[in-house]
Design a protein around this ligand. Structure first.
Ligand code: IMP
Ligand code: MG
Length: 465
């Protein structure tokens, strides 16, 4: 056999194998295989698959087979099944002289003189066949038969992959979610601003959430899943999916339909639809949105949700506890911004500690920004391990003043822990030992931080509007 042909065969095997490893559709893969076989063997080819009853072979994909030939419909059960049931290649070198061939006349009319058919096997059972039709009489060589058999094996793999994918998709949709699967730390990209606002509200109430947790297949055809439904949120604490409908009534109707399908297909799934009115009421309670009485400033954006802050504070406390193992450090907080942070930080410390607080004011004078102590620490820190705890380091002027003040009282060591670091505005470079988050050069509020003494009670940190 010509080397060029053999090279064509290898090429097709390689191409089809590579395509198996992509997310190509079964339809596309079948076309690659059938067209490839037809071209490399200079003839026509078709893929026949058992239908769902397992009793009829139907043409699934074909290349260069005349319409008239395809129109003869499904191949008769017994004869064609008998053909593939042998699990052997069927070689018909001369169609004219073949007795057992179905549609012998039609095949001759279509201009074909020889046929090679090989079974497609799955789990040791025949599930279909690949056929090659040539216009001349031909004794097929072993190489040619082996080639088509190899393509039939690849076809079987593709079919198995399809079934397997559908099964795993279904499985993924019904298994309960493990907390460790919850993709919380990832930066979430919301599709719609209302979703982000809703996430902010959940954070406000300290309710854990997952955005677009999973896709539920809700419609199928013979080629696989045709429609998916992805709820906006999942609330693990309530095992509840939430879909927001803040849009037009028309899309609400479509969503209701999808929801009905989902409930039918997955009766164990709890899902609720949140309407525009409910949502705006929640926003108003939260202080923004169209139903809030806008008075002055508000929260422009949530920077760090409550749950994220709690996680970070726990991590900081763990690090500090480890570093001061065997010692009893004195943690000194600066009022009033540090209130929330200090309270949460010390409650997560796993070693014995002491606590003290001090209070400052700062004012502008002709000498620049001046810091004055209004309440000094009450404890003697000489020879002690001291940790300054701050809410936010901005210019660094306050911290610099404080460190100088405390250093004069001769502590054994002096370190700094701050929840927020507004690096961009630093005037005095001071090394920070423990930092919670970096913040942009914008005014932040909440979790102890104020704007004109308000907003300290927000459980999250946001940007001032
Ligand atoms: P610094 O002396 O410029 O580093 O200022 C630190 C103090 O300024 C903090 O302890 C806060 O009280 C206050 N501060 C700085 N930036 C912000 C902010 O964005 N929000 C609220 N308070 C801030
Ligand atoms: Mg402060």
């Amino acid at each position: 056999m010509a080397t060029a042909k053999v090279r064509d065969y290898y090429k097709l095997v390689r191409r089809a194998t590579a395509e198996l490893d992509t997310d190509s559709t079964l339809e596309h893969f079948s076309t690659t295989v059938i067209r490839g076989i037809a071209r490399s063997m200079d003839g026509a080819a078709s893929l026949l698959l058992l239908d769902s009853t397992g009793k009829k072979l139907v043409h699934s994909t074909s290349w260069k087979l005349p319409q008239s030939y395809l129109k003869k419909g499904v191949l008769d059960a017994k004869k064609s099944i008998a053909e593939i049931a042998k699990q052997q290649p069927m070689v018909v070198p001369d169609v004219r002289r073949s007795r057992r061939l179905q549609y012998r006349e039609e095949t001759l009319q279509a201009g074909f003189a020889s046929i090679l058919g090989v079974p497609i096997m799955a789990d040791s059972r025949p599930i279909g066949s690949i056929r090659v039709y040539l216009t001349e009489n031909k004794e097929f060589t072993n190489n040619e038969i082996e080639f088509v058999l190899t393509m039939a094996s690849l076809m079987s793999l593709a079919l198995a992959k399809q079934t397997w994918l559908k099964e795993t998709r279904d499985l993924a949709a019904i298994e309960p979610m493990e907390p460790k699967q919850l993709p919380k730390l990832k930066k979430v990209r919301f599709v719609h601003p209302s979703e982000e606002e809703f996430a902010g509200i959940l954070d406000f109430y300290n309710i854990e959430w997952v955005y677009e947790p999973r896709a539920f297949p809700i419609n199928w055809d013979k080629n696989g899943v045709t429609q998916m439904f992805t709820p906006d949120f999942y609330l693990p604490r309530y095992d509840l999916y939430v879909e927001l409908t803040t849009m037009k009534q028309r899309s609400v109707t479509a969503k209701n339909k999808k929801l009905r399908l989902l409930r039918q297909l997955y009766p164990s799934i709890r899902i609720t639809l949140l309407y525009k009115k409910d949502f705006e009421r929640m926003l108003a309670r939260f202080g923004y949105g169209p139903m809030a009485q806008a008075k002055g400033h508000g929260v422009a954006e949530v920077l760090f949700p409550a749950a994220q802050i709690q996680r970070r504070v726990r991590a900081l406390a763990k690090n500090i506890s480890k570093d001061y193992e065997g010692k009893v450090p004195l943690m000194v907080g600066v009022l009033r911004g540090v209130l929330c942070f200090m309270a949460d930080l010390i409650r997560n410390m796993s070693i014995p500690i002491n606590v003290d607080l001090m209070s400052l004011t700062s004012y502008s004078s002709d000498k620049g920004e001046v810091v004055r102590i209004t309440k000094d620490i009450a404890m003697n820190i000489e020879g002690r391990h001291v940790i300054m705890v701050e809410d936010i380091i901005d210019t660094g002027i306050t911290l610099n003043y404080l460190l100088n003040h405390l250093q004069s009282k001769k502590p054994e060591s002096l370190k700094v822990c701050t929840l927020l670091d507004k690096k961009a505005r630093r005037l005095l470079e001071i090394p920070l030992d423990y930092v919670g988050f970096e913040v942009p050069d914008q005014f932040v509020i909440g979790y102890g931080l104020d704007f004109k003494e308000e907003y300290r009670n927000l459980p999250f940190i946001g940007l001032l509007e």
